[in-house]
Ligand binder design. Structure first.
Ligand code: CMC
Length: 429
């Protein structure tokens, strides 16, 4: 909706009038689409002040520490909902009623297996490959297996692809883990819940099927909910950008996985544990805090800070509670790494450097500790983030394709050479 206008005064040129758009909540947005006619572009590397799209899926108020999916606070979803219900909400806009939920769960379960031939794809990878490297490959490879749902202009195809991705990600994630361990891959079990089935495929073997702890399954489900979506972050924007060219959904999600891998984004959960290992002991914390503050040192305190949250990350609050539940279920007390993490948190929350910059622990700070306690190896942490975020990515992809959109094509401020002529090779210095 545009009722207000902004006026841009450009020296030596006529003023440009720009509409101001108003969302449901959140800051107004200056619509600069008409600016190109004046011969100017905006310059905003890192999207510090640019909305890349319109969306109805997720709202974040970073100053107040609020995260809403389709209007529902993340705390309520974590407490009163489950992951598949949250998936339905993100994909369809409303929470399901009992019948819709049963139907959705059953549809997802119908798609949990992957094509048998996909197994041989794994054999091309080294066993010690990073699981995220394998995930980028195998998820992209799904487009070679499901030709029947690749027409992005067909809403039914988009629907089937969305369900397939949500259903198959746990299977693929567990297959990646089993491959790295040299253990047989486990088929999904549709009598289990989404989280139970994932833990079953991760930790059970054909020769020993152990029951899944309900507390751990609940914790896993919560981790999935807390990572399900986070509006236009780097990986979601990557999925939208890839999708805007008309690429198929499996290729787009593979692009999202690649973007998520970086330590400034989803790779942070793995980086937190690596950092705790590196710090090693409480007595070394001061040294690492000093490194984090030193502008000449690239080291950053992993699991702290966020582009949007300048207050507590609401996901981190729920994650901390879950962390306490899991540690108590597993009887983990006096864990040195956990003590180290808690001490680090305490220092960072009181140190003026972190306080002035509003650098709070983010979702990745606690999720790593929980995942480690559940027995998931560090290298699988970001895979789990990818598994859970797939529904967010695919919801944004679907949203974009459901209304008129343009290929994403940013402009640039060119600072390279002006036109020049090639010097013959023999005359070059
Ligand atoms: N340790 C030390 N200093 C930090 C940290 C940190 N973790 N994060 C930000 N700063 C400083 C930064 O140096 C800058 O200082 P100054 O103003 O003096 O130059 C100031 O705080 C503002 O930071 P920024 O780098 O401009 O903020 P950004 O919005 O560009 O980056 C971030 C956000 C998440 C990439 C960054 O905080 C970071 O690298 N954190 C560590 C990695 C991490 O935990 N990432 C997970 C994010 S949550 C999950 C997800 O979204 O994937």
């Amino acid at each position: 909706m545009a009722d207000k206008k902004a006026q841009l005064i450009i020296e030596g040129a006529a003023p440009v009038e720009l509409p101001i758009l108003t969302g449901t909540v959140g800051p107004d947005v200056i619509d600069v689409r008409g600016l190109g006619a004046s011969g100017h572009f905006t310059f905003d590397p890192g999207f510090m002040a640019t909305a890349s799209c319109e969306s109805k899926i997720t709202y974040i108020d970073g100053d107040k520490g609020i995260l809403l999916h389709r209007g529902y606070p993340i705390e309520q979803l974590a407490e009163q909902s489950d992951y598949l219900e949250t998936c339905y909400l993100l994909l369809n806009g409303e929470l399901p009623n009992a019948e819709q939920k049963a139907q959705f769960v059953s549809t997802v379960k119908n798609h949990t297996m992957v094509h048998e031939q996909l197994k041989s794809f794994f054999n091309g990878f080294r066993r010690d490959a990073h699981p995220m490297a394998v995930m980028c490959g195998v998820v992209g490879a799904l487009s070679a297996f499901y030709h029947d749902s690749l027409d992005i202009n067909n809403p039914q195809h988009r629907e089937i692809s969305a369900v397939r991705l949500v259903a198959k990600m746990p299977t693929l994630a567990a297959m990646v883990y089993k491959y790295s361990m040299g253990q047989p891959m486990m088929y999904p079990r549709n009598d289990l819940s989404y989280a139970e089935n994932f833990l079953h495929m991760m930790f059970n073997t054909p020769c020993e099927i152990k029951p899944i702890s309900p507390v751990l399954a609940k914790a896993m489900d919560r981790i999935f909910i807390l990572h399900a979506d986070h509006e236009q972050n780097a990986s979601t924007s990557t999925v939208r950008l890839a999708g805007s060219s008309g690429a198929n959904p499996f290729a787009c999600i593979a692009a999202g996985i690649a973007a998520l891998w970086g330590p400034a984004h989803g790779g942070a959960n793995e980086a937190v544990l690596t950092m705790l290992d590196e710090i090693g002991d409480v007595s070394n914390i001061d040294k690492f805090i000093a490194k984090a503050k030193d502008k000449n040192d690239p080291f950053k305190l992993m699991g702290f800070g966020h582009r949007v949250y300048k207050n507590r990350d609401p996901r981190a609050t729920v994650m901390k509670q879950t962390c306490d539940e899991v540690l108590s279920e597993l009887g983990i007390k006096n864990d040195p790494q956990l003590e180290l993490a808690m001490r680090l948190e305490e220092i960072a929350l009181t140190d003026p450097y972190f306080v002035e910059r509003s650098l709070y622990p983010n979702v990745d700070f606690y999720s790593g500790i929980i995942l480690k306690a559940i027995g998931i190896p560090t290298s699988m942490f970001t895979v789990i983030f990818a598994l859970a975020r797939t529904v967010g990515w695919i919801s944004h992809w679907k949203e974009m394709l459901s209304s008129p959109y343009k290929i994403g094509r940013p402009r640039q401020l060119y600072t390279g050479y002006e036109q020049r002529d090639i010097v013959d090779l023999k005359d070059r210095k």
